[in-house]
Write a protein that binds this ligand. Structure first.
Ligand code: GLN
Length: 501
């Protein structure tokens, strides 16, 4: 067969071709590596290593030749550079970790990988905002990432490299992490599908820590089915290594979806599903093009049999100040490990130990990270702890309770992911608050620990993609993926691709 169009195939289609031995994992890997090189100017990748990837592909081909048929065997992917990897450098998008190599693989990397896991081949490490702090990937210490739909625009963040790479079909799938929206928002801004599972569903072991009570890994791919295939391998308890990982068995999220595809779209497959629309998500803060596109997608859900009901999440606005107290507080603690002593950047010239700490940290951390360390240290300090940190924790609880009240009236909550389509690179300038405000629709469910996903819903201003957000109750990833899959069987927004030069 001609291999020129391998990048147009989904994870599921590639897996089927590999299983039928129509193509080898080495051939698939070579094809994608060529495409990554060809579109290097997008800035999506921070590291590739041809020899490592081809060795992994050969290992996958050996397993295929031996007759093994697991759902992801031999399919390539790439990891957000927040996941530590033994065979590739890990920078977390920061100069602090330039040239750092981890002695071990993150649990999610190992579970997906070819040596002891599902058999996926790693194509490299993906650009991201420094320590996952940002909404446009412009906080990467290395280079910005271009949105493949319009290279003058951001791809979203912090998993901007993951999103751009999938949207440009440089990889069939990628991992991302989401602390306050970093899977859902870049997925929305690049027209791909991404799911942030319930907090604790995937192990955080080997994810460079940002805000530990919020951080969660998840898959990013073109469809809900592809995300389901990856999540089935990523999820599951990791009791010896992450005490906050959920003690629930890993699930097979894909089989029901595959069965639904085989049945075709019955007239109203979503009959009985109640979708709650929070009034606060459909107000003046959202741009008209995004609202119109989201409403169009919701009308499609109604056609599929779902009912739309109004719900209220009254504390939505407070999710911004609450998140931007709690996340920096946790970050300031997590990032204290970068002291120039154990690992990471150490200043070349210093007078004494204190000077070495100061210079190493000042040189290693970028502006946004420094800002958050300062805010976090401030809100945790004696005299301010009660007024800021404790108060934020109390409101966090109330935000979570509001979701439970809403879920008494509906099964899934829906709305926009981002109040606008992707903005121009540099447009928000040096104003951090302009970035923080763009997180309004993703932060509240993160604070509550709920699963959420972004589903391509159409196009808005400038022909840029718009994402529909679906938020589920705890542990309801299967329900979210199922609803998104029915929508994707009935629509083709997720199959649209940018025309790259
Ligand atoms: N944009 C948010 C922030 O800057 C969320 C980032 C994330 O989810 N990692 O913190």
């Amino acid at each position: 067969m001609s291999h020129t169009d391998l990048h147009d195939l989904s994870v599921a289609q590639l897996a089927a071709k590999l299983a039928a031995r129509e193509v080898s994992s080495v051939e698939v890997t070579q094809h994608f590596l060529g495409r990554i090189r060809q579109h290097d100017s997008l800035g999506a990748f921070l590291a590739t290593d041809r020899e490592v990837s081809l060795a992994e592909a050969r290992a996958a081909d050996v397993r295929l030749a031996a007759g093994e048929r697991t759902p992801l065997l031999g399919v390539p992917l790439a990891h957000k550079d927040i996941f530590v990897t033994r065979d590739f450098p890990t920078t977390a998008g920061s100069k602090m970790l330039e040239n750092y190599r981890s002695p071990f693989d993150a649990t999610v990397v190992a579970r997906l990988g070819v040596h002891s896991g599902a058999g996926m081949v790693t194509l490299g490490k993906l650009n991201c905002d420094e320590f996952a702090m940002g909404s446009g990937n412009d906080n990467s210490a290395y280079k910005p990432v271009q949105n493949p739909w319009d290279i003058t625009r951001v791809p979203g963040g912090s998993s901007g490299g993951s999103a751009a790479a999938v949207a440009a079909r440089l990889v069939p799938a990628a991992t991302g992490t989401d602390t306050g929206g970093s899977i859902r928002q870049p997925a929305a801004l690049t027209g791909i599908t991404g799911i942030k599972p319930t907090y604790g569903r995937c192990s955080r072991y080997g994810m460079v820590a940002f805000a530990s009570s919020l951080d969660q890994a998840g898959p990013m791919a073109r469809s809900a089915l592809d995300c389901a295939l990856l999540l089935s391998s990523m999820a599951g308890p990791d009791p010896d290594r992450d005490s906050t990982s959920l003690d629930l068995p890993a699930l097979d999220y894909a089989t029901d979806l595959i069965a639904a595809s085989a049945q075709g779209t019955g007239a109203t497959p979503l009959k009985g599903l109640k979708i709650g629309l929070p009034t606060q998500f459909f107000g003046a803060g959202c741009s008209a093009d995004v609202l119109q596109t989201v409403r169009g997608a919701l009308a499609e859900f109604e056609k599929l049999g779902a009912t739309l009901v109004d719900v209220s999440l009254p504390l939505t606005e407070l999710s911004i100040p609450v998140y931007y107290v709690i996340a920096p507080a946790e970050a300031s603690s997590n990032l204290s490990r970068f002291d120039g002593v154990r690992y990471g950047h150490r200043a070349a010239h210093y007078t004494d130990l204190t000077d070495m700490y100061k210079k190493s940290r000042s040189e290693g951390f970028g502006d946004e990270v420094t800002r958050r360390i300062m805010i976090g240290t401030y809100v945790l300090s004696h005299g301010y702890y009660d007024a800021y940190y404790l108060k934020a924790q109390k409101i966090r609880r109330l935000i979570a309770e509001d979701f439970q009240k809403a879920f008494a009236q509906c099964d899934i909550i829906a709305g926009p992911v981002s109040p606008t389509v992707a903005w121009k690179i540099g447009e928000k300038g040096d104003d951090p608050v302009a970035n923080y405000l763009a997180d309004i629709y993703t932060l509240s469910s993160s604070l509550a620990g709920l699963p959420g996903m972004s589903v391509p819903a159409g196009f808005g201003e400038g022909g840029m993609p718009v994402g529909l957000q679906l938020i589920g109750n705890y542990f309801k990833e299967a329900q979210l993926l199922g609803a998104a899959h029915q929508f994707q069987l009935a629509t083709d927004w997720h199959l649209r691709t940018p025309s790259l030069r």
